[in-house]
Design a protein around this ligand. Structure first.
Ligand SMILES: *Cc1c(COP(=O)(O)O)cnc(C)c1O
Length: 233
């Protein structure tokens, strides 16, 4: 059983099919939607199986877990950080991830900037937006987004590529629509100082809807790897 990952093949086939259907129905051919495999609690062997199927983008939530797994990942996979990130942990991931999607404060942006400069790199980032205004979730409020972007663009060593969100699970259409509007408006208002081309939106329960509402990157865990086993961590 250990190495029978055929369920991942089947899950991915379904995800690609549904993404493709939503894409051809609602999007223009020159758009793109990338599928990210979200790896929290998933064994590295299963993650590498997904990579072997062509899923070359991995999403990591927890610094500790990522550090324990990263050396076993296929080198061809690109890794982005998507979880809430404490400033004192940035140093552990700065040299090995290609993007940090969860930037929601100037303080976090400043830390990434300082460490990126020190590491001689430019780190791509997304601003995480709390589109549902939920206390339990990270992200900047929509009304504070403009100011955060203006502050972040002053910093060296980081490049804002777009926005990320985790909308509330209920009435998700309303929030996906609001997020699409916010993304389009911000990208256009700020086009002189930043070029935003990524809207990271959509998880297992809402990825097809998210494609409809303009997502360019869907982040899928459960739908690909099955229900998470939190007991094992
Ligand atoms: C866990 C997680 C996902 C994937 O969620 P699923 O419902 O398992 O697809 C996506 N984005 C973030 C930020 C996550 O923490």
């Amino acid at each position: 059983m250990e190495n029978n990952f055929s369920y991942i093949d089947e899950n991915l086939r379904i995800i690609r099919e549904r993404t493709g259907e939503a894409f051809s129905k609602y999007r223009s051919p020159e758009d793109t939607v990338r599928i990210m495999a979200v790896t929290k609690t998933v064994a590295p062997e299963a993650v590498n199986h997904a990579v072997s199927l062509g899923l070359d983008l991995l999403g990591e939530n927890r610094v500790q877990e990522y550090l324990s797994k990263k050396d076993t990942y296929e080198k061809s996979a690109e890794v982005q950080f998507i979880g809430s990130l404490q400033t004192n942990k940035v140093k552990y991931i700065i040299d090995s991830v290609s993007m940090i999607q969860s930037v929601d404060s100037l303080r976090l942006g400043e830390t990434i900037s300082r460490l990126a400069v020190k590491n001689n790199k430019v780190m791509d980032i997304l601003c995480e937006v709390n589109i549902g205004g939920e206390d339990s979730k990270g992200g900047v409020s929509p009304s504070a987004l403009n100011e955060l972007i203006e502050q972040l663009t002053q910093l060296e060593g980081i490049r804002i590529r777009g926005l990320m969100t985790i909308p509330p699970p209920s009435e998700s259409d309303i929030f996906l629509g609001r997020m699409q509007e916010l993304f389009n408006k911000t990208a256009s208002d700020k086009k002189d100082i930043v070029s935003m081309d990524i809207l990271s939106m959509g998880m297992t329960h809402d990825y097809t809807e998210s494609v409809k509402f303009g997502s360019t990157l869907v982040r899928i865990g459960t739908g690909l790897f099955g229900a998470r086993d939190y007991g094992k961590k």
